[in-house]
Design a protein around this ligand. Structure first.
Ligand code: NI
Length: 148
């Protein structure tokens, strides 16, 4: 098994706000991220895929192709956008880094041909805070079938 990571970057605005709570509770839970008039982050995105090296190419997967997939299905939809308002695949979701990472996974996973598998979406919200998502349990269980 070998792993390949593509690093990407996007800027976006958001706010964290649960519409079922009063404003005070939102401010208590989310702090500055509840700011009504939005704020921005410089997100760093690490997309890691895994699989076996193809004997004919020496590649796990064409890194340029991976870059194009990320651009088309993720970056073009998120970069310089308001995540709460502009992004169809984040509608009705709390735009936390956790939920954004999970949504990015869902955006990419249909486009990776077997036997290449998505391994991890790692998303930095700030240089000191990041999340890692390794997919739903069902995907990881399936993954074990391909491991030696
Ligand atoms: Ni924020």
């Amino acid at each position: 098994m070998i792993y390949l990571t593509r690093v990407e970057h996007f800027n976006a605005a958001h706010k964290l706000y649960n519409p079922e709570w009063e404003r005070e509770k939102n401010e208590e839970i989310f702090g500055k991220c509840a700011n009504e008039n939005w704020h921005g982050h410089n997100y760093e995105l690490f997309v890691t895929i895994k699989g076996e090296v193809n004997n004919e190419t020496g590649f796990l997967f064409d890194a340029k192709k991976l870059s194009r997939l990320i651009k088309e299905h993720v970056l073009d939809k998120l970069d310089h956008k308001n995540l709460n308002v502009d992004v169809a695949f984040l509608q009705n979701k709390l735009c936390s880094t956790e939920n954004i990472a999970k949504a990015i996974w869902q955006q990419l996973v249909p486009y990776l041909p077997q036997p290449v598998q998505l391994h991890c979406i790692k998303l930095y919200e700030t240089p000191r805070i990041y999340v890692e998502y390794f997919g739903p349990d069902s995907y990881r269980d399936r993954t074990f079938l391909y491991n030696d």
